[in-house]
Design a protein around this ligand. Structure first.
Ligand SMILES: Cc1cc2nc3c(=O)[nH]c(=O)nc-3n(C[C@H](O)[C@H](O)[C@H](O)COP(=O)(O)OP(=O)(O)OC[C@H]3O[C@@H](n4cnc5c(N)ncnc54)[C@H](O)[C@@H]3O)c2cc1C
Length: 503
């Protein structure tokens, strides 16, 4: 079997690893000449880290992260170095304690471009990668898929995985539509370095600084204080990043930092349209869509990348059980719909923080549209909104709202990570993720989900696991690895850790 993956983002690269683990030959085609250097995401959930442990890169990821003391907090503040309205340690929350009970893997914080570098440099021997190849055409027969790239070359494969991101060419060629809220907010992303800022920010370090001031309601991610690597997510109204001069971008950085910095190096600026949408279908015959090509999640809580990794995990084991491939779309579409709700609620919390501080953001986009029709509309709009926010913003209101834990961003989210179950698909009467209990295998104790990863690697095939208690299990069509248990219940657990049946 040969599989082509379109796109070398985090999700395409993870698919390639998982296929390699199954001994399946695969090729990634990436349209760029090199991996993206933009750190658009950074927060990795525990379940994602379990998948990364299975493919052998989790320790590398943990080793490249900054020390935990630099990212365990979120600061709600006037500027990065300004007044802090609330400093929230998300490792001391009830959610974190619950998360630690549900998984033996910790959450992680690593800039996306560092993650993709690790995934790329450690690709298994069955994987290969070709840069500078953009898929432009696609056709399918009963037995395979044929594609053509912008370079005019053609490739054939048994199956195609589309991991080609938000503006997926494959999805468009197949005529698959997205539904939902297509344009929630436009952002400009500013990726920059300043060692000076990194050093100063260590006094009250945080993974994310939510800057709330008369001028801004934006977030800044501190990827690494030692390298001085930061990324600003600034909501914009109407004006794309290409219209900001370097001088203006530097002014934004200095304004949000709260100090005149001398060593700013701007790496890149990107426009990002935050949406909350889901594809109407996740597959078409021999083509399967994963990651951002099927869903765009609001960016509060890191659900974009993490859901994509779960898509990859659900899909890739099924290539070893081809009949089950048809269950992928249905299973993931319903699951991702649930995650989309959680991610959207999280983003609404952020909007409410800004609103509770007095900032009027709900109608801004409409005011902006109106201003577009007026002479000097743009400058009038900017001036009026700055003056308006200056009078509206109230630090005391911000502090009062942020004092209540329930109003804060929920970054560690065990519900979204572990507690959503599959409603339908390849399940007899299961659907939930197996609890990560200790079981005894070959006379040693091992966590059940860790064992599934080891079996996949050792057998070069994703393997079903049967935990045999006193109850009898019905006949099962696939080979199974048996582990005795002294409980009443018996379980069949799928290679992706979800329970197929309980007796
Ligand atoms: C500017 C920006 C800011 C973001 N901020 C956040 C955030 O703060 N938090 C968060 O959780 N998420 C954020 N996201 C979303 C997050 O980056 C995505 O959820 C994640 O990268 C999805 O991974 P993916 O592999 O599915 O797609 P992508 O990372 O988009 O990768 C797709 C890959 O496919 C390639 N490609 C596209 N078309 C073709 C083609 N026709 N042929 C060959 N290759 C192709 C692209 O070059 C790219 O390398 C942001 C995204 C962007 C763009």
């Amino acid at each position: 079997m040969k599989i082509i993956i379109i796109g070398a983002g985090p999700v395409g690269l993870t698919c390639s690893h998982l296929l390699g683990l199954s001994g399946i030959e695969n090729v990634i085609l990436e349209k760029q000449k090199k991996l993206s250097q933009h750190p658009s995401a950074h927060f990795l959930h525990s379940r994602t880290m379990e998948v990364f442990r299975d493919i052998g890169v989790s320790n590398l990821i943990y080793s490249k992260m900054p020390e935990n003391k630099y990212w365990r907090h979120i600061n709600y503040c006037s500027e990065i170095l300004g007044e802090t309205y609330r400093r929230h340690d998300h490792f001391s929350t009830e959610n974190y304690r619950k998360n630690s009970k549900l998984s033996d893997m910790d959450v992680a914080h690593l800039a996306l471009h560092k993650l993709t570098k690790i995934l790329y440099e450690n690709l298994p021997s069955k994987s290969s990668m070709i840069f500078d190849r953009e898929l432009t055409e696609l056709s399918q027969s009963e037995n395979g898929v044929k594609i053509r790239t912008n370079q005019g070359d053609t490739y054939e494969c048994d199956y195609l995985i589309a991991a080609d991101g938000q503006f997926s060419t494959v999805r468009n060629l197949l005529g698959i539509k997205m539904t939902g809220f297509g344009s929630w907010q436009d952002f400009i992303n500013i990726h920059f370095f300043s060692k000076e800022l990194g050093k100063l920010a260590k006094r009250s370090p945080a993974m994310v600084f939510f800057v709330l001031s008369p001028y801004d309601a934006a977030s800044v991610v501190m990827h690494d204080p030692d390298d001085g690597e930061f990324n600003i997510h600034l909501p914009i109204f109407g004006k794309g990043s290409q219209f900001y001069s370097e001088k203006e971008i530097k002014e934004i950085i200095i304004r949000m930092s709260g100090t005149p910095l001398k060593d700013i190096v701007i790496k890149s600026t990107w426009n990002y349209k935050m949406s909350s949408t889901l594809a109407n279908s996740f597959s078409n015959k021999r083509v399967f869509l994963v990651g951002d090509s099927t869903h765009q999640m609001p960016m509060a809580g890191g659900f974009g990348v993490n859901s994509g990794i779960k898509d990859a995990h659900n899909l890739c084991w099924k290539f070893s059980y081809e009949k089950l491939l048809e269950t992928y779309g249905e299973e993931r579409q319903n699951f991702d719909r649930e995650i989309l709700k959680i991610a959207s609620e999280n983003f609404v919390k952020l909007m409410k923080i800004a609103e509770a501080s007095g900032l009027e953001i709900s109608g801004v986009e409409n005011y902006k549209k109106a201003a577009d029709y007026l002479p000097f509309g743009e400058s009038l709009f900017n001036f009026a909104s700055k003056m308006g926010q200056r009078f509206l913003f109230d630090q005391n209101k911000a502090r009062a709202h942020l004092a209540d834990e329930r109003n804060l961003l929920c970054l560690i989210n065990p519900k979204g990570d572990f507690e959503i179950s599959y409603k339908s698909g390849f399940f007899e009467n299961g659907g939930e993720l197996s609890q990560n209990i200790d079981i005894t295998d070959k006379e040693s104790a091992i966590k059940i989900r860790k064992l599934l990863g080891l079996l996949w690697k050792e057998n070069k095939k994703p393997t079903f696991l049967q935990l045999t208690g006193r109850a009898q299990l019905k006949n099962f069509p696939y080979e199974i690895y048996n582990v005795p248990s002294c409980n009443d219940d018996s379980y069949i657990i799928r290679p992706d850790g979800y329970i197929y049946s309980i007796s």
